[in-house]
Design a protein around this ligand. Structure first.
Ligand SMILES: NC(=O)c1ccc[n+]([C@@H]2O[C@H](COP(=O)([O-])OP(=O)(O)OC[C@H]3O[C@@H](n4cnc5c(N)ncnc54)[C@H](O)[C@@H]3O)[C@@H](O)[C@H]2O)c1
Length: 271
């Protein structure tokens, strides 16, 4: 019920600013669940057609967006961001379905399902898996999406990092390292893709109480208290706190901005 009301509010606000992304096509990785679900909704509400790409099933979200907005504004595909064949299929399917790709949101990651582990106890296979999803995944997405953006001489890539890359977090060194790589990846890409008129920026959320985070993160209460103390705004953050920044980075309003990190965290870190 709450989700339904939230979705209606997002859609209603989006209708007022529909032109911002109308005619654009976006892929949101990890777009079916958690924060990514809100990104998919916000982009569609701002007028984009959205491919909800996730290892989880995104059909209910795509159906709901098609029912509430226009009938062809969303599609979904199950895929594994760490697997190159799967990424190639996703890009081909998106181009078949929507004809273009203007916006890529590299949001999929191993995050909420990771338990805290000391550096001395992290299983090497787990370390490699976190890097495969959180770092190789965004690389594969850019490798296969960028040729289309280069051909169109335009595009927006938004890489989702984390405030933890700036301030560190004990017992999550695999995750924090992967998010630090994303900040560097953005900077490297901005230099390489800038001459093709492709903007590449990082959105770095602080601790966000997403439904998946609350369900799965055992340490959330402890983390929450510490994070609140570090913030200029002494309140919790929720997925809708991020969507304004995401739509801005996806829109032409950010056309002279690239290689930057936008931290949306209630004023915890300064980038
Ligand atoms: N929630 C927070 O406090 C917070 C803070 C900073 C950054 N972030 C980042 O925001 C993003 C979303 O976070 P969230 O809280 O929704 O976390 P989450 O763990 O709930 O979401 C991750 C999403 O990625 C998908 N995914 C996982 N493995 C995949 C794979 N191999 N292929 C395709 N999809 C896969 C999941 O199904 C899910 O939809 C992540 O990049 C996370 O690192 C989250």
């Amino acid at each position: 019920m709450l989700r339904c009301r939230e979705l209606q509010r997002t859609l209603c606000e989006g209708r007022m600013q529909m032109a911002r992304l109308s005619g654009r096509v976006a892929i949101v990785t990890g777009g079916a669940r958690g924060i990514g679900r809100h990104y998919s909704e916000a982009l569609a509400a701002a007028g984009a057609r959205v491919m909800v790409a996730d290892i989880a099933d995104g059909r209910d979200l795509a159906d709901s967006l098609n029912a509430h907005l226009s009938s062809d504004c969303a599609a979904s595909m199950a895929f594994d961001v760490s697997d190159e064949d799967s990424v190639r299929d996703l890009v081909a399917t998106t181009l078949d379905r929507f004809g273009q790709i203007d916006i890529l949101v590299n949001n999929a990651a191993l995050y909420s399902t990771l338990p805290p582990v000391k550096i001395t106890e992290i299983d090497t296979a787990l370390w490699d898996k976190v890097m495969a999803v959180n770092v190789r995944g965004p690389f594969l997405m850019v490798k296969h999406v960028a040729p289309h953006m280069i051909a169109c001489k335009s595009g927006k890539i938004i890489n989702i990092a984390s405030g933890t890359a700036y301030k560190g977090l004990p017992n999550f060194s695999h995750y924090v390292t992967s998010k630090g790589a994303i900040v560097a990846f953005t900077r490297a890409l901005s230099r390489e893709l800038g001459p093709h008129n492709i903007g590449v920026n990082t959105l770095a959320p602080g601790l966000i109480l997403s439904d998946t985070g609350i369900e799965n993160t055992a340490h959330i209460d402890e983390a929450r208290d510490k994070v609140l103390q570090s913030r200029a705004f002494k309140r919790d953050g929720y997925p809708p706190d991020l969507t304004g920044a995401l739509v801005f980075l996806a829109s032409s309003e950010s056309d002279f901005m690239t290689g930057q990190t936008l931290a949306v965290d209630g004023g915890s870190i300064n980038t």
